[in-house]
Design a protein around this ligand. Structure first.
Ligand code: MTE
Length: 323
């Protein structure tokens, strides 16, 4: 890791580093032994979407900003997960400049009346950036508070006129083997993929970010456009998106595909459902005070503190089964 010199991390912070190493070793082990991927998780289609129109718009829109202490820009841009550039936290900041992000086109297809492509200029012309200050909770046990710039995903999706068969939205990252040095390792079945249920995708908290800290999004954070779903674990926030597809069936998501018993399709932040190899009850903010990378441990909140805005989406669902 490059940030603040790994040697300076105090012993009390080692737990999160341990979890990170566990996940990394797990990914390497999977790459060598694909047979263990065949674990028995329910193949049933997840419970369907709720009608967002039935929920008060002011409730849905609340939560756009938190006044909690922001993570330092320096930390948010040098302590990253972007496995296409390597599995060390400092790799994306070191290698992501090799990715070309302009021009950039996103293909939109599947269950919609207006399939087509859109580029970043079209997006800039059609949508005004909005600032959203969100908490981001990583499955590995750390969290950040980041001022994003972006557009509501739902606003973009509506322009493609999804049909009534569009029950989910699937996303794919660029797969450029020349630029993305981490792709030479089969740690993940490339390209990186993610998916949301249509009501989650249309929720006003869900954005496509094109900037952070009032500036253009750095490559290591997923330039030029990445997903942010603040009530879900950070890995749902797929970076450098090149394809969006409306689907009738639940799409593949990379971590769920890698190990379904550890990473569910929904991946809502839930302190009551531990990761099989570690607890999810608490977290540490990046950045800590007095130059420390991690702050003291704090309890993790249900839906990452966005329960008022999103709990209705999962009413009646057994969140232990549909984790
Ligand atoms: N998107 C792609 N394409 N590749 C990745 O490896 N990592 C995910 C997510 N999006 C990842 C990705 C994970 S595990 C996390 S925690 C967040 O990005 C990290 O985002 P950040 O580096 O901007 O904090």
């Amino acid at each position: 890791m490059s940030i603040r010199d790994a040697l300076k991390i105090p012993a009390a912070d080692i737990t999160d580093e341990w979890i990170y190493q566990q996940r990394r070793q797990f990914v390497s082990a999977l790459a060598l032994t694909p047979a263990i991927l065949a674990t028995g998780c329910s193949k049933a289609e997840p419970p369907g979407a709720v009608n967002l129109a039935a929920i008060s718009p002011s409730l849905l829109n609340s939560g756009f900003v938190t006044d909690e202490t922001r993570t330092l820009e320096r930390d948010a841009t040098t302590y990253n997960n972007f496995y296409e550039f390597g599995t060390n936290k400092g790799d994306p900041a070191k290698f992501a400049h090799r990715m070309t992000t302009s021009p950039w086109t996103i293909t939109v297809s599947g269950e919609c009346e207006n399939p087509g492509t859109i580029d970043m200029d079209d997006i800039a012309r059609k949508f005004r950036d909005q600032e959203r200050v969100y908490r981001m909770r990583c499955v590995e046990g750390w969290s950040m508070v980041i001022p994003w710039l972006g557009i509501p995903l739902g606003d973009l999706l509506k322009t493609f006129k999804p049909t009534s068969k569009a029950k989910y939205v699937a996303f794919e990252t660029l797969a450029d083997r020349n630029a993305m040095v981490g792709m030479r390792y089969p740690s993940i079945k490339w390209p990186y993929r993610e998916g949301l249920r249509i009501d989650e995708a249309m929720h006003p908290l869900t954005i496509l970010a094109n900037g952070m800290y009032g500036k253009k999004l750095p490559n290591q954070n997923g330039a030029p456009l990445r997903l942010i779903v603040p009530w879900k674990y950070g890995f749902k926030g797929i970076k450098s998106i090149v394809a969006i597809r409306f689907t009738e069936k639940a799409p593949t998501s990379s971590w769920n595909q890698l190990q379904p018993s550890e990473y569910g399709f929904f991946s809502n932040v839930n302190r009551n459902v531990d990761h099989p190899r570690w607890s999810q009850k608490s977290e540490r903010r990046i950045s800590g005070s007095e130059g420390k990378l991690f702050a003291d441990r704090i309890p993790t909140k249900m839906f990452n503190g966005y329960a008022d805005q999103v709990a209705a989406l999962y009413q009646g669902m057994d969140l232990r089964k549909w984790f």
